[in-house]
Structures are given as structure tokens and as C-alpha cells.
Design a protein around this ligand. Structure first.
Ligand code: ATP
Length: 896
């Protein structure tokens, strides 16, 4: 834990007027834009100093600190020592070239991460010039007036001046695990940090309630300067795949060492020239290790970050893309993710009978109808009472911009403001005495206002509100609520729900003098006013996304805070197979075995709380599922953390949810999650593709060298040539393979088993068969040319060298698709691969025709017949696998 610095003026101990004066600000209107700009110039951005990523020289240094480089440099030194200066220089040249290529790729990866960090950086609600806006938290300056709400990360140190049941999670700062209540009255100057209740500290989060305050200190001047620990961080860790590849690399390295030592020993024992033996050993080691692999994986993942971003998914933990590709269940919220979160009040059920609300969207044009006839709102005191409660228990407002109306605040509340306007009423924030905020656990909210005496206005899930009612407003009269009323209300809730409406109950009560303003006291003995039915249209793209998820073998489970009837109705519209809705309270009653049994059926979850989500994730995981789970609220953090992939919503999500997630979906849309799954699968496939490609090519080299050794031939490939193949030509085509678009059918196959090896049995067969062919073909070229006498040896080496490069380059096309013939994938669907291919063949031509490279790589020009022979021997590399793929495709189809 960092040491707490005692800085500044002790803002906690000053009264708010002094704070305001010292900060030279206006506690009602905030700073004006010019002054804020001036202060920003002076203080700089509000972020900790260290968050600038890895410096370039460290990334460059990393390229030259691995075992392979050491071996190569040793080889260069020995070559130089025995007089092969050209070889020594070529090896060093290739080492440097490889280092620079690696650096460029890793640097791009770093830049992609930086861009991601910027996109993820948090926002703050600030008042400037008397107008509330959302600004990047980086723009905050001392003196800014800001608002904090449950789920927000505190963006700077703030002296609070208005709090409503505000409680902060300060565990990151003080280790205190229980939320700490905040207050407005100044505390003693020497109070320890944890007891300075007037202050909210940067780096902590709001667990409950809301409040407003003045920013006292920003950036690294804050008590902990820990802002980066919230939503803006990207956790950089190796993906499971990278770890598997690292293990594979180590195994291959060991194999390389053993083979090389064995070859050297055998060679020396049979009396060969030691330098030849040494060079063969090094060649083999170089041939076995796929040097390009780590760099290609890094750049593929980095490019993947960008593609994901374009598809509206920001990765906070890099392994998430891969895990998402293996997800078997997506547990998703309803409101805002499956639906548009654009609420419009359509129905108001009153004791006297149901009313329909006309009009569209946020436009306050519209009215009320009962039994098909227009209703004048002012003639209906019961309607007016319900609408008034909806307006008083509310923080939203309506604004008109260029003739269109927009709600500011929560959509549910904005819808109530629109409904009020239709009766000529408006929101009135004056006279608030107390507030018990809405949380997903409480499912209700109360505001007590002074209306010639205190009155409590309550809204919430209708059953929850009804449970707390003892009276009902029927027309103009309030009377006790009886069982028949309850039954009628429940039927109304159910009917509205079955019509897909989101339902809300409204109630109120006059508070007697002397009653404590505490939720358990106030939210009792209420008078039931109305059930409101809201339309929240499904997002149009969701049904198709649901179908795609299903096609990909992924179950979609809706988990909502709405009522079971609403949940089922919406599920049906979206094409989710749901026969049963399990509610949060029911969930508490069922044991683990029963829950498992029910989870195997088609269920949705309704009226859930965040802790229910956690239980659902855990149960699904125990059933062997890889679970992706969405969340947005402050209490969703445990479930998001527990899920294999926690998905936070970028628009609705709180900083806390984003901080606990692996991925942030920027448009909150379910379809983007499915898009990210496809992208995750594509990336995994591509890594699989180029790993197999590089390994099969390397196998070819090993077969050629070992075969040649067994046949006791002279050196077939020189170490510099193998380095050239592995680091220069293969690496670049492999990189282009990483850009392969998603294969057709990517979303028609079941999720991958996350425990499966990157190279399965079939993969091994492909690698072995292709490697064998490339090796034997190279060997054949070498020996048939070599048989032409002493002068033939040089020709044989260069033909074998170019032959193997061409064979390997042709081989790349076999790995464009793992499961389908190339003809079905399309020859031109990856233009960058074609470009890389042509460039590599061009580079190889340069290697044999330009004097500089001829000297460096020990080559001489090839004649047209040589090329023809090479082309002829390369053709089967493409034709035979393609034929095999077609045959297995026909077989599969005929058995299907
Ligand atoms: P999902 O989990 O699918 O996103 P949700 O966000 O609608 O669903 P909650 O926010 O937990 O779930 O809401 C549950 C219920 O609480 C709603 O059906 C509604 O009746 C009520 N409710 C929602 N917002 C408010 C609010 N601001 N004030 C009072 N009650 C509310």
C-alpha cells in the first residue's frame, strides 16, 4: 500500500463556502469554460504520470534478448573466426533485420494498446457554465463541480457539498471492505484519511447513492493518483494460446538442441570436417524452431484488437478475444442490450380502469385514451396523481434540439417525464427532503418532497411497490387495499408483461410529522396509484444475432430485472427459445442440483438481483460451460469477474462494471457481442493456420537436412539460407495468413474445446505429410542436380534452396482454410496474402539474381529450366491437399 501523503490545505476540514472561495469557483454553476481551459493549461491532464505505456527502446531491446539470438550471434562469431566473414555478416544482417521487423510489429501492437487505453478512459459528469455535461475525466481541473452516482469511479479528489445516501467503496485506497458513508459537514483537520467523510478520493468507487462536490486536486496530486486503475486500464497478459505456443516453442527448442547435438556427435564420429558439422548442427537447430511464430502471433493479436474495436468491442484483457471464441453460453441483460432502451409509456392501469397513452418517442405530443375515447387528463385526479408521482420521483428531463426531443437521464424516468408532459405537467426538482435511490436489489426508489408537508413518492417494480401498499387510490378516493384489488393489480401487471411491456408501479404517502426519514419507515403503508406499461422495442438486429449465436452452438440466456411475463414475451419476439421464466426469489429456493437441471432447459431469468447473476454463472461453469456474461451496474462486478468473459456495456455501464470486465461493448448491442465471438473465432483459426503452416514448412527443412545427412551428402542448405527462409520469407507470408477473413461456416460450428491443443491429430498429419513432401522434394532436387559432378554442387544447393522456398510459399495456400477447399474460400479473398506471396517470390528471385544477395546467400542465377523443374515439383503441394479436402467434403456431405 502506498504511503498516504498529507497534502494541501486540508479540504476536508473547511466549510464549503471557504472551499468554494479558495478554489475560486461557483458551487451552483461550476467553472466557466474559459477559466476551466486556463486551469487545464496550468495543471495538465487529470491522469497519473506513469500511464504512458512501454518506451520504444525497451520494445527494441526485447527483440534481441532471446536464446535464438544468442545462438545466431555465436554462429556468426564462429563463422567469422574461421574466415567466413561474408557468412558472419549475413547472419548478423539477418539478426538485425529480424529484430527490426519484430520491433515494428511489436510497436504497432503497443500503439494499438495505447489507442485502446484512450478509448477506455473514463468520463465524468461535470457542470460548466451552469450546464451539466459528460467530459473525459482527463479534462477535470480543480474547482470543477461534478456529480457522482452509484457505479462511478471517483475521477479526482472531491470535497462533497451535497450527498444522498452516498457510500463509497474505498477498499482500493484504505483496504476497508465495507462501503464508507459520506457527509457534508467538515471534519477535524487531523482526522485520518479514512475518516474524512466530506471527501471522495480519486481511485475509489461509488457503491451507493449520489452526490455533488467540488474537485480539489487532480492527476498525480490526488491522494493516490490511482485513476488508471479504474476502467482505463488494459490488462496485458499472455493469452492461453500464447502460453501454449510458448510451451510448444520451448519443446521445439529442446528438440532442436538435442537433434543438433546428436548430429554434431554423429558427424564428428564419422570423421567429417568439424566446421561443416557445426554448421549443419546450427542449420538444423534453426530449421526446427519456427522463429517467426511469436512475432506473427503478437501482430495478429494486435491487429485483432483493432478489428474488435471496429466491431464495437474494446478488449480490456487480451485473452478475452480467444475465450470469447470458445464461449458456449452468453448470459445477457435485456434492457438496452437486447432492447433499444428507448422507453415510451404506452399504458397506465388505474383502479378505475386502464388507459392507453398515445404519441411517439420523446415527443410530448400525445394524450390519453380510455375504451377508445379520448380522456382529458385534468378531469382525472387519479391519472394526475400517478403522473405527478412519476415526475417527482424522477431525475430525468427533456430537451429539444433542432425540433427533436431527447431524454436526459434514465430512459425509464425520461419516459415518465414525457407522459407527464402529455397531461401538461412538468418535472419539479424543488423541495426534495430525502431520497432512497433505485438499485437492482431494492427495485424501487423513493423521493420525499415538501409539498405543504412531507410526501413520499415511490416508484419501482410493481409487485415490490404493491407489497408495501395498504391503500389504493380509486378515482378520487383513497381506500384500504383489499385482496380483490391485489388480484386485479396482479392481473394487470401480468397482462401488460405478456404484451412485452416493461412495468412499473407508482405509489405515494403523506409522511406524518416526526416520522424518521428512513427507508424502512417511509416505504410502508403506501397508497397504490398505478401500474405503468412501457414499450421498449427490441433492437432490430438482435433476432438475427440470436440465430447466429444458436447456429454457432452458443446458448443465449436472458437475465433481466424485469417481470417474468415481460421477459418471456420479449424473449419470444427475439427468437430466444424460452419456455420458462425463473425469478430471483424462486432461484433462492432451488438447490444446486435442481438449478442445474433447469438450466439445461430453455429458460430466462426475471426479477433477478446481481447476486443471482453470480450464482447462475457459477452453476453454468460447474456444468462445463464457458460463460460470457454482460453487466452494467455497480453490483454486477462479482459476476463479471467470475464469468469467463465479463462484458460491460460502454454506454449504460458504470465505471465499476467496466473495471471488472474483460471486454467493453461500445454500443451496448447484443449483436456486437456475437460479432466479437466471430472475430474471436477468426483470430484463433488464423493463429492455428499459420502455426501449422510454419511448422509444416520447418518440418520440410528438417526432413531435407536430416535425410541428406543420412545419405551422407554434402551440406544441402547453409545456415544463412535457412535463416533467410525462416525469418524473411516464411514470416511475411505467415503474417498475411493472420489477416485471413473469417472462413465461411465459422459461426456454423460448435465452440472449440478450450482445453484442446492448438495442433490436434489431423493437424499433425497435415504437418507431417506436407513437411515430408517438401523435404523429400528438396532433397530430390539437390541430389539430382548434385549428381552432375563437382560443378553441379553449387547449382544443386541453389536449386534446392530456391526449390524449398517456392515449395513453402506454395504451401501457404493449403492453410488459408483448415476445413475447406481453397476453391470454396475464394482465390482472391485475401489480397494481402497474394501481395506477400508475389513479393516473397520476387525477393527469392532477387536472392538468386542480384550480386549482393548472391554473395550473402551463396547463390548463383537459375535458368528457365530450373524454374520449370521447381514449378513442376511444387504443383502437387497445392493440388494433392486440395483434392483431399474435396474428397473429405463429399464424404461428409454424403454421410450428413
Ligand atoms: P436488465 O437487467 O435486463 O437490464 P433492468 O435493467 O430493467 O433489466 P432493473 O434495472 O433491475 O432491470 O429494473 C428492474 C425493475 O425495476 C424494472 O422492471 C422496473 O420495474 C423497476 N425500475 C427500473 N428502473 C427504475 C427506476 N429508475 N426507478 C424505480 N424503479 C425502476
Amino acid at each position: 500500500m502506498n504511503e498516504v501523503r498529507e497534502v494541501g490545505v486540508g479540504w476536508h476540514a473547511l466549510d464549503i463556502a471557504t472551499v468554494e472561495r479558495r478554489l475560486d469557483t461557483d458551487r451552483a454553476r461550476g467553472l466557466d469554460a474559459i477559466e476551466a481551459g486556463r486551469r487545464f493549461e496550468a495543471t495538465g491532464p487529470n491522469r497519473p504520470e506513469e500511464s504512458c505505456g512501454t518506451p520504444w527502446y525497451r520494445v527494441l531491446g526485447r527483440q534481441f534478448t532471446n536464446a535464438l539470438i544468442v545462438v545466431l550471434v555465436a554462429a556468426a562469431v564462429i563463422s567469422g573466426a574461421v574466415g567466413e566473414t561474408a557468412d558472419a555478416l549475413t547472419i548478423l544482417g539477418i539478426v538485425v533485420l529480424n529484430g527490426v521487423l519484430g520491433f515494428v510489429q511489436e510497436w504497432r501492437a503497443e500503439k494499438a494498446l495505447d489507442a485502446l487505453r484512450k478509448l477506455l478512459s473514463p468520463f465524468a459528469t461535470v457542470c460548466r457554465d451552469g450546464e451539466w455535461t459528460r467530459l473525459p475525466a482527463e479534462r477535470l481541473v480543480p474547482g470543477d463541480l461534478i456529480r457522482l452516482e452509484a457505479g462511478d469511479g471517483v475521477p479526482a479528489d472531491v470535497r462533497m457539498m451535497a450527498v444522498t445516501d452516498l457510500r463509497l467503496d474505498e477498499s482500493a485506497l484504505t483496504g476497508e471492505s465495507l462501503p464508507v458513508p459520506k457527509a457534508m459537514d467538515e471534519v477535524g483537520a487531523d482526522a485520518p484519511l479514512a475518516e474524512r467523510a466530506t471527501m471522495c478520493w480519486a481511485g475509489t468507487t461509488v457503491a451507493h447513492g449520489r452526490g455533488e462536490g467540488l474537485v480539489t486536486v487532480t492527476g498525480s496530486g490526488t491522494e493516490f493518483g490511482r485513476i488508471a486503475h479504474l476502467a482505463g486500464t488494459v490488462v496485458r497478459e499472455a493469452t492461453p494460446l500464447q502460453r501454449k505456443l510458448r510451451t510448444l516453442g520451448q519443446q521445439l527448442g529442446l528438440a532442436a538442441l538435442l537433434v543438433a547435438v546428436a548430429v554434431v556427435l554423429i558427424g564428428l564420429a564419422s570423421g567429417l570436417e568439424w566446421i561443416d558439422v557445426f554448421l549443419t548442427g546450427v542449420s538444423l537447430a534453426v530449421a526446427v524452431i519456427p522463429e517467426g511464430l511469436p512475432a506473427v502471433v503478437t501482430i495478429t493479436l494486435a491487429l485483432g484488437i483493432r478489428t474488435m474495436t471496429r466491431r464495437k468491442a474494446l478488449l480490456r484483457r487480451l485473452p478475452a478475444a480467444e475465450t470469447l471464441g470458445a464461449a458456449t453460453v452468453i448470459c445477457t441483460d435485456k434492457t438496452g442490450t437486447l432492447t433499444a432502451n428507448e422507453m415510451t409509456v404506452r399504458d397506465i392501469w388505474l383502479a378505475a380502469g386502464p388507459l392507453a397513452v398515445t404519441g411517439a418517442g420523446h415527443d410530448p405530443e400525445g394524450g390519453f385514451e380510455g375504451d377508445g375515447a379520448g380522456v382529458v387528463a385534468s378531469d382525472r385526479p387519479d391519472l394526475i396523481a400517478a403522473l405527478e408521482t412519476g415526475l417527482r420521483c424522477n431525475h430525468a428531463r427533456l430537451v429539444e434540439e433542432d425540433g427533436t426531443w431527447r431524454g436526459v437521464g434514465q430512459p425509464t424516468e425520461a419516459a415518465l417525464v414525457v407522459a407527464g408532459r402529455k397531461a401538461g405537467l412538468d418535472a419539479d426538482p424543488d423541495g426534495r427532503m430525502a431520497e432512497f435511490p433505485f438499485t437492482s436489489d431494492r427495485k424501487r426508489m423513493t423521493i420525499v418532497v415538501d409539498d405543504a408537508g412531507p410526501v413520499a413518492h415511490v416508484k419501482g417494480a410493481p409487485e415490490v411497490v404493491l407489497d408495501r401498499c395498504s391503500f389504493i387510490l380509486d378515482g378520487e378516493t383513497e381506500r384500504p387495499l383489499d385482496a380483490a384489488d391485489r388480484a386485479r393489480i396482479e392481473t394487470a401487471i401480468d397482462e401488460l408483461g405478456r404484451g412485452g411491456r416493461r412495468t412499473l408501479g407508482l405509489a405515494r404517502r403523506t409522511v406524518a410529522a416526526g416520522e424518521a426519514l428512513e427507508e424502512e419507515v417511509i416505504e410502508r403503508g403506501l397508497t397504490f396509484l398505478a401500474v405503468v406499461g412501457m414499450l421498449d422495442p427490441p433492437r432490430p438486429e438482435v433476432p438475427e444475432a440470436v440465430a447466429r449465436a444458436r447456429g454457432a452452438g452458443i446458448a443465449v440466456v436472458m437475465i433481466t430485472g424485469d417481470s417474468p411475463a415481460t421477459a418471456l414475451a420479449v424473449a419470444r419476439v427475439l427468437g430466444l427459445e424460452a419456455n420458462e421464466a425463473i425469478t430471483g426469489p424462486e432461484l433462492e429456493r432451488v438447490d444446486a442440483t435442481e438449478l442445474r437441471a433447469r438450466l439445461t432447459g430453455d429458460v430466462v431469468f426475471a426479477r433477478t438481483t446481481p447476486s443471482d447473476k453470480l450464482r447462475i454463472v457459477e452453476t453454468l461453469q460447474k456444468m462445463g460451460h464457458v460463460v460470457a456474461m454482460t453487466g452494467d451496474g455497480v453490483n454486477d462486478a462479482p459476476a463479471l469477474q467470475r464469468a469467463d468473459v465479463g462484458i460491460a456495456m460502454g454506454i449504460r455501464g458504470t465505471d465499476v462494471a467496466r473495471g471488472a470486465s474483460d471486454i467493453v461493448i461500445t454500443d451496448d448491442n447484443f449483436a456486437s457481442i456475437v460479432g466479437a465471438v466471430e472475430e474471436g473465432r477468426r483470430q484463433y483459426d488464423n493463429i492455428e493456420k499459420f502455426t501449422r503452416y510454419l511448422l509444416s514448412s520447418n518440418t520440410g527443412e528438417v526432413v531435407a537436412i536430416l535425410g541428406n545427412l543420412l545419405l551422407r551428402g554434402p551440406l544441402i542448405l547453409l545456415p544463412v539460407q535457412i535463416l533467410w527462409m525462416n525469418l524473411v520469407t516464411d514470416g511475411i507470408t505467415a503474417l498475411a495468413l493472420g489477416l485471413e477473413p473469417a472462413e465461411r461456416g465459422t459461426m456454423n460450428r460448435p465452440p472449440r474445446d478450450p482445453r484442446a491443443q492448438i495442433i490436434d491429430g489431423a493437424g499433425l498429419v497435415w504437418i507431417a505429410a506436407l513437411g515430408l513432401y517438401i523435404g523429400v522434394a528438396g532433397l530430390w532436387l539437390f541430389r539430382s542436380y548434385g549428381a552432375r559432378g563437382a560443378e553441379g554442387l553449387l547449382v544443386a544447393q541453389k536449386v534446392a534452396f530456391t526449390g524449398i522456398v517456392v515449395l513453402e510459399n506454395v504451401n501457404v495456400f493449403n492453410f488459408r482454410a483448415l476445413r475447406q477447399p481453397l476453391a470454396r474460400v475464394g482465390y482472391f479473398t485475401n489480397p494481402r496474402l497474394l501481395l506477400a506471396w508475389v513479393s516473397m517470390i520476387g525477393l527469392q528471385a532477387a536472392a538468386v539474381y542480384t550480386p549482393f544477395l548472391q554473395r550473402a546467400l551463396h547463390t548463383v542465377p537459375l535458368g528457365p529450366t530450373d524454374w520449370l523443374v521447381i514449378v513442376a515439383i511444387s504443383a502437387p503441394v497445392l493440388i494433392v491437399p486440395e483434392a483431399v479436402k474435396w474428397i473429405s467434403r463429399f464424404r461428409e456431405r454424403s454421410t450428413a
